[in-house]
Design a protein around this ligand. Structure first.
Ligand SMILES: [Zn+2]
Length: 383
């Protein structure tokens, strides 16, 4: 609704010079309208002031209209880097365009940076006022998504603990659906969907690895369907009993006599890594049960996915899968460290992106999962 209100505001039209012909005016009005529709989907939108009939800008508008956001973003970056030929107002337009794309991706910090870059330019007061408002909106978004930000002060990594040590080489994943015959079950369609998401998550890790000059890890995902023979409750899933109850059922289905035997044969005696993921569609909160740092014989390490997101928030699933897997390989949460609020803001362990493809592994998580050196951080990295 808000976007129509914005279109009616006379401010939007101010940038169109009076000397423009009617046809040009109509064209830009159309482009501006399309941009507003396209870009205001995520909430408050900056007012687009088309700073001139620049063909590059038209190309950006065309790309956005066609849904090629990544290309539009790349073009804005290229234009901002390549020339001083643009006026401050034009540069600001490019930055605002970038900012709106970032907002759609939920990369609020990057949008705020774009706003700050615009404010550093020599722009007219009325335009500055609008950008300041826009920046305030962005800041408000950042501030309103911090439910657990102040729980911790340092980063407790679990690097190289357990049997999922580093996200490298060949990784055997056991993906186990839990069903209780009562009310927690999985339809074939739901399982197929989860499998598709899991493919997205593993593919994403392979792409991210390349950013760190790592050979892409190979994932070999095996799916199992476990009838627990009892009611699945949040308490049980979180209890120590859970693994003692579930492991024998899984081993029986896999045809192994012990967890150790299963581990050794599945990993070729430790040549491969093993990641265990349980998935119950109970509406609860996902968690990872990782091995403590110094333990040498810890074998109980798994992820518990319990997602309410199946029906309403499907976009979350691959991000939750990837997030919890990172825990198995040693990464810690960043979203609950106070000093990480403005640090590694696109990292999967800190903020959710609009889609997994926009999320990143920042150097701190890369370090934790074995992809890079220890970075500097505005908080303590416990070893
Ligand atoms: Zn987490």
């Amino acid at each position: 609704m808000a976007r129509f209100k914005e279109v009616k505001q006379p401010l939007l039209f101010r940038a169109f010079g009076a000397i423009w012909s009617l046809s040009k005016f109509t064209f830009w009005l159309f482009i501006a309208f399309v941009l507003l529709i396209k870009l205001s989907e995520t909430g408050p939108s900056a007012k687009f002031k088309d700073a001139g009939a620049n063909p590059d800008f038209q190309q950006i508008a065309d790309l956005l209209y066609a849904g090629h956001e990544a290309q539009a973003l790349a073009l804005t970056k290229q234009l901002l880097a390549s020339t001083n030929a643009f006026s401050s107002l034009e540069r600001c337009w490019l930055l605002q365009t970038q900012g709106e794309i970032y907002l759609k991706r939920r990369h609020n910090h990057l949008a705020r940076e774009a706003a700050d870059s615009c404010l550093a330019l020599d722009i007219a007061d009325n335009h500055r006022y609008e950008v300041v408002q826009w920046r305030n909106d962005i800041q408000q978004r950042i501030d309103s998504h911090q439910p657990e930000r102040y729980l911790f002060k340092s980063y407790v990594n679990l690097r190289e603990s357990g049997f999922a040590k580093q996200m490298q080489g060949e990784i055997v994943v056991l993906y186990i659906y839990l069903e209780d015959n009562l009310w927690q079950g999985w339809s074939g369609t739901q399982r197929y969907m989860m499998q598709q998401y899991m493919e997205q998550a593993t593919h994403w890790y392979q792409q991210q690895a390349q950013m760190y000059q790592q050979a892409p890890p190979k994932f070999d995902v095996h799916y199992y369907y476990l009838q627990t023979g009892r009611g699945i409750s949040a308490n049980w899933l979180r209890s120590e009993r859970f693994f003692a109850d579930a492991a024998p059922l899984l081993l029986e289905q896999m045809g192994y006599s012990s967890w150790q035997q299963m581990h050794d044969l599945m990993t070729e005696n430790g040549k491969k890594q093993l990641a265990v993921i349980f998935h119950s569609n109970l509406e609860e909160r996902s968690f990872a049960s990782s091995c403590p740092k110094q333990s040498t014989d810890c074998k109980i390490e798994y992820v518990m996915l319990t997602e309410e997101s199946l029906v309403t928030n499907r976009w979350l699933v691959p991000q939750v899968q990837a997030h919890e897997m990172a825990h198995l390989f040693g990464a810690a949460d960043l979203y609950n460290i106070s000093a990480a609020k403005d640090y590694a803001s696109t990292d999967l362990m800190n903020y959710l992106s609009a889609e997994l493809q926009y999320a990143e592994i920042a150097p701190i998580t890369a370090w934790a999962i074995g992809w890079g050196p220890k970075p500097t951080a505005p908080f303590e990295l416990e070893e």
